[in-house]
Every structure is written in C-alpha cells, then in structure tokens.
Design a protein around this ligand. Structure first.
Ligand SMILES: Cc1ncc(COP(=O)(O)O)c(C=O)c1O
Length: 460
C-alpha cells in the first residue's frame, strides 16, 4: 500500500541512528530484539531516557508514554523518591543472596493493601508468579489440570502460552511438549454454567484468570462472573488465582479484588509491585502458602513442600522501589490522578471516533484504555450506531487485523505517542491534560490516516 510505504520511509528518515542500532542488534540479538512485542518495521524503538510521562529515543524523538515499562511505572518515569530509594539500596550492596529487612517491609505493604494476602513469596516477573501460583495450587489439590479462559494472558511459560492469542485453540508457541495441553482446559470466560460443568466433571487443580478480563480489560468481564467463579471454586475446593500483574496496585491500592470484594486464594503480582524494577510476587492464604514451610521433619521437608529458589528473589533495589511505590499507592492519590487522566483520554479519543464517524469505540476502566475498530462490514451495516458495536467477544476484541494494529501503532509513534500493545495503553499519576491534548491530536491524525488507507471503516 503506497501510503503505508510513505509512512515507513518518513518514519525511518527520522531515525537514522536507530537504523544503525538495528543493524548491530540483528548481528547479536536473537530475533533482533529482546521481547516479541518490540519487533517493529522499519526499526524498533531504542529509548535512552525517560522522565515523568515522556521518553526520548536515540534519534532525539520525543514520545508521550502510555507503555510505561509495560505497565510498571504508575508514578511515571524516574520518580525522584523511587530513584533515591533505589540508589541508596544499591549503594549498600545491590544483591546479597541473603534475606534482608527491606524484603519484610515490602511483604508487609502487600499484606496491608491486598485483602487476600496473608503470606507473600517474591519472584522476579509475572511469568514466574503465575508459574509458582499454579505449582502451589497443584500441590494443594494434588491435581494437575488447569482451567483457563480464552484470551487471558499470564506470561510465557509452558502452562499459559497456549490460548491467549487467537485462534485460541492453536498452539501458542513451538517447543511446548504436547502433554502440557492435556493438563489445560480452555474455555471462553463469562459462562458460569460452562465453568460449573467443568468443575463438576473434571479434576481441576486451579482456575486462573485476569480478573479485569483478558489483557488488562481489553475483553471486559462482568463482576457477576467473578462472584460466580468464586462461589463455584469454593464449592468444589479449587483454588482461584487472580492474575493481578497489571491490575494490582493500579485498579485500587488493593487491586481488583479490593475494588470488587471478590477475594481469590492466590494472587500473582509484578510490574507496579516492584516499583518499576524487576520483581513479582505470589500472595495468598496461609493455608496454601504454608506449602513453603520447613518444619525440621526430614520426610516433610524433602517431600512435603513446594520447592522454590531464585537468585534474585526480592532483590534489595526492587524491594526499595516496591516499598516506596506501595507507600504512595496506599494514599490512593496516584491512582485517582491516573484514573482521572485516563477518563479524559478515553472521552477525548472516543470523541474523535464520533466526529470522524468511525466504526469503533474507546473503552477501559481505571487508568487503562483500549480502542476497538470494527472491521466486519456486516456488523457495521447491522448496527444502528457506534454504541451498538460494543462487544465482549474475545475473538472480535483480540482479533482486529494485524495490518490495522501495526499501522495504527506506526502512525501514533510517528506522531510521538507510544502505547502498550494492540491499540491500548496505560496512564501514570504524572500524565497531564497537556499530554492528553497532544496525544488526542496524534490520535485524530492517526485515525484520519487509517480511514484514508481503508483500514479504519466508517459507520454507514
Ligand atoms: C496479566 C499478566 N500476567 C502475566 C504477565 C507476565 O509478566 P512478565 O512480563 O513480568 O513475565 C503479564 C505481562 O504483561 C500480564 O499482563
């Protein structure tokens, strides 16, 4: 497509240094980048500095940042208090391999804020958190099979790599032994009868989900479904695991569970919990978390426990950053501010779609936003207005054409806006009305270009 080629050329022309880095990267980095989502044509982004709500690449291009370290930087980049806490921790020795006082204080903050957290175990990422939570649930129930929901993302380890990206019944990655699938029951969310049926007829070890709905709310979920899930899992003695890697300390100081009152048995955390440094945690009921306990009884300690190591678990800089951020989160103020700006962004961007008559809508809760572009001509023809296009179908919401998404991201980046993934992003407590105004102008130019390119469709 000619317009798309023009954009790629213009985009590349403003990034000569990035181009040179990409040339070097391809020689040494497997796949050319460090994360599948960082692949980008014509060149990946090479960021050298970030401050508050903004970041700059090696070519000096400035971006309003709605990626925020994949959702970890609730207070924005390089918050002075966080930097100070981390600097002090590093100056005292960045890593001991021993426990240390900051780890205990960090766990105390999590226990104070999160309703279900009676005990905490630290890990290094969200992937590690879901891996450990599933192991705990399997150990607790002496069962193997996991009930998961289509579209929900829990990281990249074997048990969770299938089923988050459409087509949901296809393998998620090469290299996963086929028997892993035998321990996976994958169904659409939202249907309690279906869940009841699975729990009645199958030996399920755990039910895990993103309680916001798949991909931090891209596929919204009903709180009634969460309540029903809690009731059913309790009735069947199956641990319920909330993956609050994104929603934790973002949707409320105590996560989505505090907001809804639906209390899981285990919760996975990462991102904000570690204040923007590497880190994660599993929190849960003492009854399950006692599976880590060492009793002194040789038989129990060798065979009756869940084993968990990890060189960098609760590393001092991550603990220092985590404590600083959780203390601030506990006031409620950063979340309120981020939510307010996200609401303004959602309203402004939806207003753009409305003005341009685009078949789509902007949505999201708390401090996240998602944009849905309807590309099914039949659904557009049948809909009396834009609002009637609203859907909770994961196949639609996670199935927008790849070309549309890539071009949307490219136009936004070209105009100085970076988002998280697909069409959505997250806000921090330091985004301003000025940021939203500039981002809205970039969004309007992006959507206009997508209409011209035939990628975004208009209502008929
Ligand atoms: C809901 C959810 N769970 C788990 C993960 C995996 O976390 P990590 O990338 O730290 O391994 C992510 C990452 O984005 C996530 O969004």
């Amino acid at each position: 497509m000619a317009q798309s080629d023009d954009l790629i050329q213009n985009y590349a022309a403003r990034r000569p240094i990035s181009k040179e880095y990409f040339r070097r990267a391809k020689q040494v980095l497997a796949g050319g980048v460090g994360h599948d989502l960082r692949n980008f044509v014509p060149v990946p982004m090479y960021i050298t500095r970030a401050q508050g709500s903004r970041k700059w690449d090696v070519d000096g291009n400035e971006y309003i940042d709605f990626l925020l370290g994949n959702g970890g930087m609730l207070l924005g980049h390089a918050d002075p208090e966080v930097c100070d806490a981390v600097t002090r921790a590093v100056a005292n020795g960045s890593h001991f391999g021993n426990d240390h006082p900051l780890q205990i204080e960090w766990a105390e903050w999590i226990n104070r804020l999160v309703p279900s957290a009676e005990r905490v175990r630290f890990v290094n990422s969200g992937t590690e958190a879901s891996l450990l939570a599933l192991r705990l649930a399997r150990a607790f129930t002496h069962r193997s099979r996991i009930l998961r929901f289509e579209g929900h993302f829990h990281g990249w380890h074997d048990d969770v790599v299938h089923g988050f990206h459409p087509p949901f019944d296809a393998n998620g990655s090469l290299g996963v032994p086929p028997q892993v699938r035998e321990n996976l029951q994958l169904i659409p969310d939202g249907d309690l009868n279906r869940v009841a049926d699975v729990l009645s007829h199958d030996e399920i070890a755990a039910v895990i989900l993103e309680p916001t709905g798949a991909s931090w709310g891209r596929v919204p979920i009903d709180v009634e479904f969460l309540r029903g899930l809690r009731e059913l899992t309790e009735r069947h003695g199956v641990p319920l695991i909330f993956d609050e890697v994104v929603s934790g300390f973002r949707f409320s100081p105590g996560g989505l569970q505090a907001l809804t009152g639906v209390i899981p048995d285990l919760t996975c955390f990462a991102k904000i919990v570690a204040g923007g440094l590497p880190g994660g945690a599993v929190a849960g009921s003492a009854a399950i978390m006692q599976l880590f306990d060492v009793t002194g009884d040789a038989q129990h300690d060798r065979f009756g426990r869940v084993v968990h190591f990890g060189t960098f678990n609760a590393s001092p800089p991550s603990a220092a950053a985590g404590i600083t951020v959780l203390r601030r989160v506990s006031t409620g103020q950063p979340i309120e501010q981020a939510n307010r700006m996200a609401e303004l962004l959602r309203r402004s961007w939806d207003g753009v779609l409305d003005r341009l008559g685009v078949a789509g809508y902007v949505y999201g809760d708390a401090s996240v936003f998602h944009v849905y572009f309807e590309t099914n001509q039949e659904r557009i023809s049948d809909a009396p207005n834009r609002l009637a296009l609203r859907t909770r179908d994961a196949k639609l919401l996670k199935g927008m054409p790849g070309q549309l998404i890539t071009q949307y991201q490219r136009h936004l980046r070209f105009r100085g806006v970076d988002i998280m993934s697909s069409t959505g992003g997250l806000l921090s407590s330091v985004h301003t009305e000025q940021d939203i105004a500039e981002a809205t102008a970039a969004f309007e130019a992006t959507v206009s270009a997508l209409i011209d390119e035939g990628l975004a469709l208009r209502m008929v």
